[in-house]
Ligand binder design. Structure first.
Ligand code: SAH
Length: 269
């Protein structure tokens, strides 16, 4: 997977993407990240990338020319082929007005060979970029940032950790919060127990078993995998009900899950 990032602040990415799994994925040759400085695609002395908005109003707008010119050097497949899925490439504009970036979108993007991330700045980007250059607009949440750089870093990290081989234990990325599919419990194994199926993840603990009087739940220490599985599933359900009840509607719930939920709700009164 190759990620191209188009930005007026290329230095921004020195650091955030040089650690952990993203770095490992690049070192292993699974991924490559290239940051492109939009100012190199300007032709005036001041290397101007912004201009005043037509129609008046606040602030400045990122000009279309540097973005189109930079994109043209990347030698991507045609827009037609990208949109039809004939080329596994996507041009993404980071925008507060975009569709929400979710774990599901991350999984979709992880199946691509190449993604191009365009970082906006100022009041935003000339709309012709969204209309004629980008394949989709993505927002990382319902808030306004000053630029698309943090969003691009979020997307790169969320996508690259899903590339096969990037995370040491692949099962772990299938069982996390928001994962679409519930993992089947393998007989006798506690580690593929409670694959999220759209729920939040279950709580994790490590040594020491007693830290300053705060004890790890007993059930995790006794080695009974069946009990551990049930406990984890119950805690995942509890946490989802408490923090993100909206996720329950789309979650894959078994009869046992429904019973556990009913019990939790009843105990809350
Ligand atoms: N005037 C715009 C906000 C512009 S913020 C509006 O009200 O919608 C400047 C740039 O920051 C945007 O072009 C976009 O690239 C980025 N940005 C801001 N919020 C974002 C978000 N929630 N998700 C992704 N990118 C965002």
């Amino acid at each position: 997977m190759k990620a191209d990032i188009l930005t007026i602040f290329p230095g921004f990415f020195t650091g955030p993407l040089d650690h952990g799994i993203t770095r490992r994925a690049c070192e292993m040759g699974l991924a490559k990240i290239e940051v492109h400085d939009l100012r190199q695609f300007t032709h005036d002395r001041h290397r101007t990338v912004d201009d005043r908005p037509f129609g008046g109003g606040e602030g400045m707008v990122l000009k279309p020319e540097p973005l189109f010119e930079c994109l043209e050097t990347l030698q991507l497949a045609s827009r037609e082929d990208r949109l039809a899925g004939r080329a596994r490439q996507s041009i993404i504009l980071l925008s507060a007005q975009g569709q929400r970036f979710t774990q599901q979108v991350a999984a979709e993007l992880a199946a691509l060979d190449r993604m191009v991330l365009i970082c906006g700045r100022y009041e935003g980007v000339d709309e012709r970029v969204a209309d004629f250059l980008a394949d989709r607009e993505l927002s990382i949440g319902n808030y306004v940032l000053s630029g698309g750089e943090l969003g691009a870093a979020v997307i790169v990290e969320a996508v690259m950790r899903l590339l096969p081989g990037a995370v040491g234990n692949e099962a772990s990325t299938r069982q996390e919060s928001f994962s679409a599919h519930a993992e089947e419990a393998e007989p006798g194994a506690a580690d593929s127990t409670c694959g999220s199926g759209g729920l939040l993840d279950y709580p994790h603990y490590t040594r020491p078993a007693d830290f300053r009087g705060m004890a790890v739940p007993e059930v995790l220490l006794n080695g009974d995998h069946q009990q551990i599985r049930k406990w984890r599933r119950q805690r995942a359900l509890e946490k989802t009900l408490r923090n993100r009840p909206d996720l329950l509607d789309a979650a894959q719930l078994s009869d046992e899950d429904a019973k556990i939920l009913a019990r939790i709700k009843a105990s809350r009164g």
